[in-house]
Design a protein. Structure first.
Length: 365
């Protein structure tokens, strides 16, 4: 059985490894124009997802940095009024540089005989729909010719924000607490990578029209615990929300970034993709175990079991973002009162950790 994955990206590398282990022949094809690389992007991975990820790929421990506590502060940055999420049993989640994980998974793909990687033209990608070279096709390449032709209708939202990312070097500290400050410009996250390195993601609303110097100054204002910051190589990208209305066309399914894009404030974008990978893997395993044919029905089952959960999850992230936009206009009066109450609410904190760890599927189990 031959399966095609469209897109030169982390999602497809991990999916290819998983499928090859089940005995499938996998082709990863891509148009070079969509090939991208970022050195500053960091991925937060939940405990549940790290277990699944490690079943696919051997990840050296030095690449993963454990986070034991998450702190949420409002624009007043008042230490006495913050929400602290701490799992008494274990780490809340792990952080890894996106490029490290991408290079590890790409290297593994090149080692496996059942996986082939090659370039093609947009026309050749479009022709895949007409030809029967592959049993199934997963398209995780956003806005390519297949997306524009067969999956163009979608739920979309422009956040009118730009995410600025950087990794700072600082003196060694006990660095296992992730912090998110909801500033008047947008959410600012400090994500530890080691004792002396911290990743920063600052989502700035475009209406403030901040330049790079102003962005850097705002980051420095909230990063006083990081003594002696050595470097500040900034990257940026626009933030958009997107969910296609249609997931399956013939034997083609949208997947990965092409399936869902959400605001990075909750660090859940890649966790959603990992949960999707886990689900499609379990569907394939079930069919293989019972001698059932793996065909378009597997894609339909995936759609039926994931679409609504992913959509609701994305809406939830949007609501959190909208709440803090309104709160910033009120100078943090809303969150000032709510944070103190929520930090004392054990049910809220347990539920939040469960949802971040497992998505919202856990309520149906």
């Amino acid at each position: 059985m031959n399966i095609c994955l469209i897109g030169f990206n982390l999602t497809n590398f991990l999916l290819a490894i998983s499928l090859s282990k089940k005995g499938f022949e996998v082709d990863i094809i891509f148009d070079e124009k969509n090939k991208s690389k970022s050195n500053n992007r960091t991925i937060g991975i939940s405990k549940k997802n790290i277990e699944f990820l490690k079943s696919i790929l051997n990840i050296p421990n030095q690449f993963l940095w454990p986070i034991f506590q998450i702190e949420i502060l409002n624009l007043k940055n008042n230490p006495s009024k913050k929400i602290k999420f701490k799992d008494k049993k274990d780490e809340n989640f792990f952080l890894i540089k996106q490029n490290n994980l991408l290079q590890l998974s790409l290297k593994k793909c090149k080692q496996l005989k059942k996986i082939k990687i090659f370039r093609c033209t947009p026309k050749e990608i479009l022709n895949l729909e007409k030809k029967n070279n592959y049993n199934l096709i997963f398209n995780s390449q956003s806005n390519n010719i297949l997306i524009r032709k067969f999956f163009a209708k979608s739920f979309k939202k422009d956040y009118d924000s730009t995410a600025f990312t950087t990794i700072i070097n600082h003196k060694k500290i006990s660095n296992n607490i992730a912090v998110q400050v909801f500033t008047k410009y947008g959410p600012l996250a400090f994500l530890p990578l080691s004792k002396d390195k911290t990743s920063i993601v600052f989502s700035v609303q475009k209406k403030f029209n901040l330049n790079l110097v102003e962005v850097k100054n705002e980051i420095l204002k909230h990063s006083k615990k990081y003594d002696y910051i050595k470097s500040f190589n900034m990257e940026k990208f626009d933030l958009k929300y997107s969910f296609p209305r249609k997931l399956v066309h013939k034997n083609i399914i949208v997947f990965g970034d092409a399936l869902h894009k959400i605001h990075p404030l909750a660090g859940q974008g890649f966790n959603m993709t990992l949960r999707d990978l886990k689900l499609i893997s379990s569907i394939f395993d079930y069919k293989l175990n019972y001698g059932l044919e793996i065909d378009r029905s597997a894609l339909i089952e995936f759609k039926n079991r994931s679409q609504h959960f992913n959509y609701i999850f994305g809406i939830g992230v949007n609501l959190i973002n909208e709440f803090f936009i309104i709160d910033s206009k009120l100078n943090g009066k809303f969150s000032d009162n709510i944070f103190s109450l929520l930090d004392k609410n054990k049910f809220f904190k347990r539920s939040s950790i469960s949802i971040a760890n497992e998505g919202i599927n856990f309520v149906t189990e």
